[in-house]
Every structure is written in C-alpha cells, then in structure tokens.
Design a protein around this ligand. Sequence first.
Ligand SMILES: [Zn+2]
Length: 491
Amino acid sequence: MHGTQEERNVTSGPTSEEFTNWIKDLPARLEPEHVGSAVMAPLFSHVLAHPARYEEGFALLRDKMIDLTVRMARENTSYYGKSLETAGHKFTGYEQLEELPLVTKESIYEHEYGIISDITTFGFVTFTTGTISQRPLLIQRSLEEQQYLQNFFSVLQSNRFESEASQPLGISEGSMNHGAVLKIPGFGYNFMVELIRDYGVLRTVWLLQNEFDFPGHQRKVSKLNITYMGLCVLYQYMEQENIRLPEDQLDAITIFGWPVPPKRKKAMEDFFGTGITDNFSMSEMFGGARYCDNCGGFHFEPFVVPEVLNVETGGRIDEGVGELVITPLFPFSQRFVLIRYKTSDLVKIYDTDCPAGKKAYKFKGRLQRSVKIAPGIYAGEAEVAKAIDDVPGLSRPSSGFSILNDPSAPNWPKFKINELHEDFKLGLTAELTFSPEEKPGLLKNTKKQIVKRLTQDLTSEVSSWLQTNTDALTIRLAAPDTLSERDYWNL
Ligand SMILES: [Zn+2]
C-alpha cells in the first residue's frame, strides 16, 4: 500500500513510505554519533506509537542498530573481542545475527567483567538473582547510557509534559527476587518501596493515602510499578481492611516478575480503578515486552531484539515454541553488553494482525521446568500456575505476612509438573486443603476443575492437544502438608 491521503488523515505522523525513506537516508553503517537521542527519539516516537504501520522502516533501522551493537561489542569488550572476532567486519543485521554465538547466563557469570564495554564510565550496579543456588549477577550501568535514556525520554515525553500541569508521583518496588528493573529516567518522582514484609505493605498503603507537596509534582501517587506478588499482597491487605482509594487516583499499574492470572487481574483492576499492564522485563537490560490488551499476547519494545530458538535444533523459528534469546540494542544498553543472550524462558511466537505489533509472544515459563508433551509441544510451569490459580480446594504456601488474615491467599497453589522428558505425558501433582479420604466428592470436583482449566486455558496448542489425548494427563492430588515447599521465584 502506498502512503495515501487516507493514511495521512488517520494521524499527523509520516506515511510508512516517508518513514522508510528517512531510515534509508541514515548512513548504511551507523556510528555512535549517528544515534544521538535528538535523532533517535523522534524516529522511535513513531515506531512506539504505530509499530505495525512503520514495521518496514523499523526493520531497516533495527538492522543498522544490530550492526552497530555487534561492532561496538567486538571493538570495546574483551569477551566479544574474542568470541566475535570475525563478526562485525561485514554488515550484521537481523538475518546475519543468527550466525553469531549465543551467550548463556553461566558464561556471563564467568566473564562478568569481560563483557563490560571499556569506553563507558561506571555509573551504578543493579543485580538479578537468577536461581536460588547462584549468587546475584551484578549488572553494571554506565553514566553514558543513563544520560542517553534521560535525554531520549525527555524528547519523547516533551509534548506530554507541556500539557500536564505537574509531573507524576509513583511507587516503584525494588525486588530481591527479581532485582531492580531499570526505570525510565526523568519520569516524575518514584517512592521506592519493598512489598515483601508487613512494614513495607503498611508504608506503601500510607504513601497511597497521603498527600504530598513536592514542587512541580502531583499531590497524590498515581502510578504503581511493582511486582505481581507485591500487588497481590497490597490488594489482599487493602481489601481486608476495607481501604479504598478515590476512584480516579491511580492511572497506571505496571507489574513485573510473574505472569498474572486473568481473574486476579480483573479483580485487582476493578479494585484499584485502573488497568494493569503486565511487563516482561529483565534487570539484565533496558527494554522488554508488554502485554497487549488488544490481541492478548505480548509485543517486544523496539529497544531489544528478540529471537526464538527451536529447543532441540537451536535454529531460529518465526512461529512456534522455543527458547527466548535477546540482544539489547546500543545505545539503550551500553556497558553490560549482551549479544544473543539465552534467557532460559520458553515462549510461543506467532503472527497477529494487531496494530501494536505483527509478532506476538506468550510466556510459558522456565525452559528447565517445562514438559514436552508431544513433538514440538511444550507445557510451561508458569502457564499451568496461571490456569489453575483459582481452582478451589488447592493449598497455597504462606506468603509470610502476619498482617493478612489469610497469608496464603496471594500465593500460587502448591503444585509440581513432571520434568522435561520424552514420554509425552503431562503429570501434575497438587496439594489439597482437605483430606481426600474424608471428602471424596470435593476431591472429584477439584480434579474435574483442574482438567477443565488445563484443557482450556493453556496456550492453544497445548490445550487442544490435551483435549484429544485425554490419557496423557495424569493428575495426582495429595493430602495437606505432604508436598514439600518449593520456590516460585522463577516461575
Ligand atoms: Zn497486540
């Protein structure tokens, strides 16, 4: 389709043709001085507003930025200087990216100083826990990238701030379980909280109810950027104590860290009076994926390049289920350099006709905790947890909060699925709140509900496979206090 008058009339942005031509006018091989925030922010403002419309032009821009990112990695870090010795001399766009070696979390632990760009200035450190058995992974950030993001977003938001009388007040959670997500700088003021202990919840509620008088800022908190579990606890407590915020107080809730079950999401949206945006983000990089209310999938932000690899062959796939690999782009990430970083997350990638992005993703859980139930079909632990979240009669571990009447209510049901293996069966073991011998009727009903959720609410290929292969599903329901405690950190 050509850039027609009709397309122009929809918004004041450029036509897709005009946009593509702007990208073509950029140098074939970008240098750092070509990607200053004054150049990139206006281009990205169009991509962020209409991802599908500018897809063609953005693909060209992304190719050029991948090429720059790979060259910067090879030239300025000792680790990639060796591993990418041959790469970066010829042009490396999305197509050629596949030829480069992958980076695992283990190799990052081993080379955590070798992947640091030596032309950047140390700024600060965030961290991620990875798994329980591993020490935290330290993620260095540079002064340059902080400054870059600050400038980039102030250009991007300049119109918005002119029209707003005051800057937003927000609440952000730094989580030991998930590290600290890199905040977009220069966006109002955020109170830092933690929602893992009683006092953190009480203080957060106080912050939500109080009025403040900071020059140029709103008087009440209007935004939350907290973990899914933090929001569940906050909701549980406020509901229990009958604490209600004025209906129009909150205008955005962004959550990260865990998948959100649809029914809980709806209940919390009704309670807080605003929509909840589910975010896939990693402390390792700036940028991630956002849940899209329009199509029900996630779309990646243009600051990172996602790839999905077939679990068995390692080859890149455009459709289907595989491991997520991410390359954060220069100049949004500058010091902690990751080229083709294996996330260990199992995702489904598929095509949509959504205006927010032609590729959509579903997050299924950790690869190591997934079950292969048929050739190419995997059930992830996170999607199972989400599906069975509100089945009554399942026991949940205590969240440890003494201010909650029911401290287990915010938590996931206690369950396990069998490990990744080849016999094409999905086994689920869950713990009951009641004795199965004493209440056989209830037992039957609980089991029936679990079967119903698994055959309806998992990603479509898994649920439809289970519908036609009913004998492949084994459900074992255990008596109270018989299933060992387990961690849900990496769900
Ligand atoms: Zn969408």
